[in-house]
Ligand binder design. Structure first.
Ligand SMILES: Cc1cc2nc3c(=O)[nH]c(=O)nc-3n(C[C@H](O)[C@H](O)[C@H](O)COP(=O)(O)O)c2cc1C
Length: 394
């Protein structure tokens, strides 16, 4: 039995060949931004309150009017079929069982209609990359809407792909080419190799279908990496509104100015995100930017955050710093592909952690720390206090 996301990560490293694990696990350049993301949570400690009646702690929350078991969303990750066949369907099922929303990437390897069939009751969201041929995005939105996806997540931090040293070193390119190194990797990971041999190479099936072509990984991966629409701007949210009637969230916002622009252009939410530190090699951790952005857009739009969240205490730390929700992408993928049966079924590695953590920290009734609880920036908090590891009280 594995006890934490960190342990699922180790199991995934054993199960996957290096090239696939590094793609899943690594950050831009040599990983500075990625390390900063999780390091930011380590900077904050809780100062618990006691005897506060924690009998009603619950981590349940509403996302746009629909209840979820926790303030967590299984975020979008492209190319999941590289880790296991039908991985998008398995993840959507796990999220649905855990009563959490699941976001399907444009770069997914299962048809969005098949993902819906695998999780008929699930709250499914669609992530959108916009390519030069806008007809592809328009068709994806039409199909996702017809399949009952509730929310569109427009990712705006990938005009070009981040440079990742580990992918360069590993010779990572799509489709995978059988080099002596990859062959050795395959031989030492026979279960993965057997599954891949049976299922065939993963394909970017949704792009292929919306382009109206047969699946061709090298062609469609090249479209994603070299044919993104570099002219995309804020006014294009109006174009999206013409093709999507559900909620629209902008993912990849890292500053107050852009968050305000998202509000001005009618976004229903923003995700403070640096793409898990996979795009820009040196940048802030989303957690560091959270208070300023929430101060600026409070009450005008929903604020989500991702990057480096690995435990219930991280999620509560983020709540104490005032974002309402967390999208936990890497963390959800690790239990999915570690090979553990429980991991494959569970989209959350530390089930129940959030509510238990709230009880330990003395948060009565698991009060929402969003509005009214953290006041005067983050220096006073009427429930438990958060303290930076250096000792500065908050
Ligand atoms: C393997 C992998 C693939 C990803 N693919 C996408 C994607 O297709 N679209 C997207 O918007 N974000 C993508 N992301 C970024 C995540 O949605 C999320 O922003 C990031 O992983 C959060 O950081 P964390 O991994 O530390 O939780 C990907 C992340 C990983 C790890």
């Amino acid at each position: 039995m594995l006890a934490s996301v960190a342990e699922y990560r180790i199991a995934a490293r054993r199960r996957l060949p290096r090239l696939a694990f590094d793609y899943l696990d690594g950050g831009a350049e040599d990983g500075d931004a990625l390390r900063r993301n999780s390091g930011a949570y380590g900077q904050w400690l809780f100062k618990p309150r006691v005897l506060t009646d924690v009998s009603r702690c619950s981590s349940a929350m509403h996302f746009f009017g629909r209840e979820a078991a926790a303030p967590l969303i299984v975020g979008p990750t492209g190319l999941n079929g590289l880790f296991w066949p039908r991985a998008d369907e398995l993840l959507a099922q796990a999220a649905s069982r855990a009563n959490l929303p699941f976001v399907l990437s444009t770069a997914s390897t299962s048809l969005l209609e098949d993902v819906r069939a695998a999780a008929p009751q699930g709250d499914l969201w669609m992530q959108l990359y916009v390519q030069q041929d806008r007809g592809i995005a328009e068709d994806l939105m039409r199909r996702a809407s017809a399949a009952g996806y509730s929310t569109l997540v427009l990712t705006v931090d990938v005009p070009v792909h981040g440079k990742r040293d580990h992918d360069t070193r590993n010779g990572f390119r799509l489709p995978l080419r059988l080099s002596p190194r990859l062959l050795a990797d395959c031989l030492t990971h026979p279960r993965w190799t057997w599954q891949m041999a049976r299922a065939g190479s993963p394909q970017l099936k949704n792009i292929a279908k919306s382009v109206g072509e047969h699946a061709d990984l090298s062609r469609h991966a090249a479209m994603l990496s070299r044919q993104m629409d570099l002219t995309l701007g804020w006014t294009d949210l109006e174009w999206i509104r013409r093709h999507w009637s559900g909620k629209v969230i902008v993912k990849g916002v890292m500053g107050v100015q852009d968050a305000l622009l998202a509000v001005a252009h009618g976004a229903d939410g923003v995700v403070i995100s640096n793409h898990g530190g996979r795009q820009l090699g040196s940048t802030f951790a989303p957690l560091e930017l959270l208070p300023g952005i929430v101060d600026a857009v409070r009450g005008k739009t929903e604020v989500f955050i991702d990057g480096g969240v690995r435990r219930g205490s991280d999620a509560e730390g983020r709540r104490a710093r005032r974002a309402r929700r967390v999208a936990r992408a890497g963390a959800a993928v690790w239990p999915g592909f570690s090979g553990s049966r429980r991991g494959q079924r569970s989209a959350r590695a530390d089930d129940g952690g959030d509510a238990d953590f709230a009880a330990l920290a003395g948060m009565p009734g698991n009060r929402r720390s969003g509005s009214g609880v953290c006041r005067a920036r983050w220096f006073t908090w009427s429930g438990s206090g958060l303290t930076r590891a250096s000792g500065r009280p908050v």
